[in-house]
Design a binder for this molecule. Structure first.
Ligand SMILES: [Zn+2]
Ligand SMILES: [Zn+2]
Length: 316
């Protein structure tokens, strides 16, 4: 466990970096110190790995602009490998040739897979049969893979195109203020989501496709990574019991639920996304719901069960 002294020194450094957000010296000093584990708490692995995978993508793209390969079918893996290899030779001028070659092969293989997926996805349209397969794969309990929401008959009818799109949707009287699904008809729909986005190299095969509720799908498409999200909440609202509350970024909510995928009740609980809808509540009740303070609970263990659902008009 970090000492309070170490954390205090880090907070001071972070404070001067925030104050000097455009000053190289303030930023380098903060970067050099590294983030104490206790600051990130139980979400450390999630926020660190999201940052690292963004950096990996930037690294690949800095060696070869993959968009060029996606849009030009004449460009081959050999030319991608060649570009990556000469780029790496400049980054590591003193490295032995065979090491650079192996690294280039690893990077180019991974980047080439992305290119191929993006090329195919550009042409691919989901067939009605593929849509049906995705639904019936989840029967008898089709749920959003990101939040565990169970799709109703109405969503099924709309998804399978048995109901007209113009059929009015009955919106719920109350919504979860953390994840206000149900303010718009589309929120309740079942939609097809690419687990790994097409733009990030995800394929359009069934293994990369899941059913997601409209709310989660929209929240997920807003940003591809936590790292891209603004570091502040988008707004606040006045909760009748809890008082003034910061509303979390939708992406934070689905990222935490979708990745943990199970109830975190301390005494142990078996509820998982495949069988239960899961909710997000603050770990520290006095704290705001940001990624470091978000915990996942099933309906039975939700500490906010009595206060979670509010009239949608309260949210503005
Ligand atoms: Zn959902
Ligand atoms: Zn539980």
């Amino acid at each position: 466990v970090d000492s309070a002294l170490i954390v205090r020194a880090w907070v001071e450094e972070a404070d001067s970096a925030l104050a000097g957000a455009w000053s190289q010296s303030a930023l380098s000093a903060l970067a050099a110190r590294g983030v104490p584990d206790s600051v990130l708490g139980t979400a450390g692995w999630l926020v660190r790995s999201d940052a690292a995978s963004t950096w990996a993508r930037w690294f690949f793209e800095s060696l070869a602009d993959l968009a060029r390969y996606v849009h030009d079918d004449d460009l081959t893996m050999a030319s991608l490998y060649g570009q990556v290899r000469s780029g790496l030779a400049e980054v590591y001028p003193n490295a032995p040739d065979d090491e650079v070659r192996e690294l280039a092969r690893t990077v180019a293989t991974s980047a080439w897979r992305d290119v191929q997926h993006r090329r195919r996805a550009q042409r691919h349209r989901l067939t009605p049969q593929q849509r049906e397969e995705l639904w019936f794969r989840e029967e008898p309990d089709p749920r959003c893979y990101l939040c565990g929401y169970r799709f109703g008959e109405h969503a099924k009818g709309r998804y399978l195109r048995r109901l007209s799109r113009d059929e009015p949707v009955r919106l719920p009287y109350v919504v979860d203020f953390v994840r206000p699904r149900g303010r718009h008809g589309r929120d309740l729909d079942a939609e097809v989501d690419h687990v790994r986005p097409v733009a990030g190299g995800g394929s359009s095969g069934n293994e990369n496709l899941r059913l997601a509720c409209g709310w989660c799908n929209r929240a997920k498409s807003r940003y591809s990574e936590l790292y891209d999200a603004a570091a502040w909440s988008p707004g606040t609202f006045l909760h009748p019991e809890l008082g003034r509350v910061s509303l979390p970024q939708p992406l934070w909510v689905i990222r935490v639920v979708g990745v943990r995928g199970r109830c975190e009740w301390t005494s142990g609980c078996t509820a998982v996304l495949a069988t239960h809808e899961l909710f997000v509540a603050a770990r520290q009740p006095a704290g705001a719901l940001n990624p470091l303070n978000a915990a996942v609970y099933c309906g039975d263990h939700d500490p906010w069960a009595a206060v979670r659902f509010v009239g949608p008009s309260l949210l503005g």
